[in-house]
Design a protein around this ligand. Structure first.
Ligand code: UDP
Length: 336
C-alpha cells in the first residue's frame, strides 16, 4: 500500500475518496486550503492546511511523506462564479495544477488521478449520451480550466515524465452510505441538497429552473452519480497507475494518459428528482416552476462504457432512490 497525496481532499468528492482509499489500506496525506472543504469531512488521513500554488510546500510534503501518487481535486467549482471572475479560476485551477504537476515531476512522483468534469463537453446536444472522444467545447471558464489541465497532463505524460488519468464526473450526489459524511456546500446551489433542505424545512421551497426544455417533461435531464461510486472509480484508476510503477508489471517507462466519463448512462429530469426526493423523505415539500437558469444544457448524460470495461468500474449505488436515501441520511442530521 502507498502514501497518497490527496490535493483538495477535504471537499465533497475528495473526502469520500479518502474514505475509500483508507479502506483500501493506503496512507493518506490531504493538502487543502479549506476554501471549500472542511476538516469535519475528513474521517481519516493527515490534514495539511495549505495551497497547491505553494511549490515549496508541495516539495516538502512530497518528500517528507514519501508520496507515491497524487489524486487532485483542488479547484474552484462554481461554473457561474467562473463567468464573473475568470482570472481567479485560471489562477487557482490552471495555476494550481501547473504548480502541482511541476512539483511531482521535480520530485519523481509518477502517478496522478485528476478530477475533471462533463463541463469539458459544453452544450453538445446532438449526442444522446456523451462519449470521451466527442469535441471539447466548454462554455464557461470553469470548463475551460479543467480542459486546460487535461491538456497539460496529456502533454506532460507524452514526455514520459508521468502517468495520468482524468475522470470526468457528471452530477455527483449522494453521501457515505453509513451517513458519516455527505454533501455540504456554502452557498448550496445543487438540486438534490436543495430539495432535501426543502423537505427538512431548512428552506421554504425548491425551484425548477425551466419547464420548456426539449425533453419529455420539459425539465433538464442529468446523469446523477453516487459519490461513493465516484470514490471507487478513483481507487480503481489509482491502482492501475500504481501497477504501472511496479517493475514486475511489464509496463514500459513511456507516459500513459487516458480520460474516462463517470456517470450511469441514465438520465433523470428535474421533476424525477423532485418526485424521488418526496418519496424517499415522505414529505410533500413545495416545488415552484421558475425560468431557465442561464448556461444550463437541456441534457447531460454520460456514455460510461469505457470506465466500466477498462477500469472495471460498476456504479452500484447510483440508482436514484438509493442515492437519495444516502443523501437524506446525512442531510437530515444538519442543523437549519
Ligand atoms: N436545478 C433546478 N433548481 C435548483 C437547482 C438546480 O431546477 O434549485 C436544475 C438545474 O437547472 C439543472 C439540474 O437541476 O438542470 C442540476 O443542477 P445542479 O446545479 O445540481 O448541477 P449542474 O447540472 O448545474 O452541474
Amino acid at each position: 500500500m502507498a502514501n497518497i497525496l490527496v490535493a483538495g481532499g477535504a471537499g465533497f468528492i475528495g473526502s469520500h475518496t479518502v474514505l475509500a482509499l483508507h479502506e483500501a489500506g493506503h496512507h493518506l496525506v490531504v493538502l487543502d486550503n479549506l476554501s471549500n472543504g472542511s476538516s469535519e469531512n475528513l474521517l481519516f488521513g493527515e490534514l495539511i492546511v495549505g495551497d497547491i500554488r505553494d511549490g515549496a510546500l508541495l516539495d516538502r510534503v512530497i518528500t517528507d511523506h514519501e508520496i507515491k501518487a497524487v489524486i487532485h481535486f483542488a479547484a474552484s467549482i462554481e461554473a457561474g462564479e467562473s463567468v464573473k471572475d475568470p482570472m481567479a479560476f485560471y489562477a487557482n485551477n490552471v495555476g494550481g495544477s501547473l504548480s502541482l504537476i511541476e512539483s511531482m515531476v521535480r520530485n519523481g512522483v509518477r502517478s496522478i488521478v485528476f478530477s475533471s468534469t462533463a463541463a469539458v463537453y459544453g452544450q453538445n446536444e446532438e449526442a444522446e449520451t456523451l462519449s470521451e472522444e466527442l469535441p471539447k467545447k466548454p462554455i464557461n471558464p470553469y470548463g475551460h480550466s479543467k480542459w486546460m489541465v487535461e491538456c497539460m497532463l496529456k502533454d506532460t505524460a507524452a514526455t514520459g515524465a508521468l502517468d495520468a488519468i482524468s475522470l470526468r464526473y457528471f452530477n455527483a450526489a449522494g453521501g457515505d452510505p453509513e451517513g458519516r459524511i455527505g454533501e455540504r456546500h456554502d452557498p448550496e446551489t445543487h438540486l438534490i441538497p436543495l430539495a432535501l433542505d426543502a423537505a427538512r424545512g431548512a428552506r421554504n421551497e425548491v425551484k425548477i429552473f425551466g419547464t420548456d426544455y426539449d425533453t419529455p417533461d420539459g425539465t433538464c435531464i442529468r446523469d446523477y452519480i453516487h459519490v461513493s461510486d465516484l470514490a471507487d472509480a478513483h481507487a480503481l484508476a489509482l491502482h492501475q497507475l500504481l501497477d504501472r510503477q511496479d517493475p514486475s508489471s511489464g509496463q514500459t517507462k513511456a507516459g500513459y494518459y487516458d480520460a474516462f466519463n463517470l456517470g450511469t448512462s441514465r438520465g433523470h429530469s428535474v421533476r424525477d428528482v423532485m418526485n424521488t426526493a418526496k418519496k424517499v423523505t415522505g414529505i410533500d415539500f413545495p416545488v415552484i416552476e421558475d425560468t431557465r437558469r442561464p448556461g444550463d444544457p437541456a441534457r447531460l448524460v454520460a456514455d460510461a462504457t469505457r470506465a466500466k470495461s477498462e477500469l472495471k468500474w460498476s456504479p452500484d449505488r447510483s440508482d436514484l432512490t438509493t442515492l437519495m436515501e444516502d443523501a437524506w441520511r446525512f442531510r437530515r442530521t444538519l442543523g437549519n
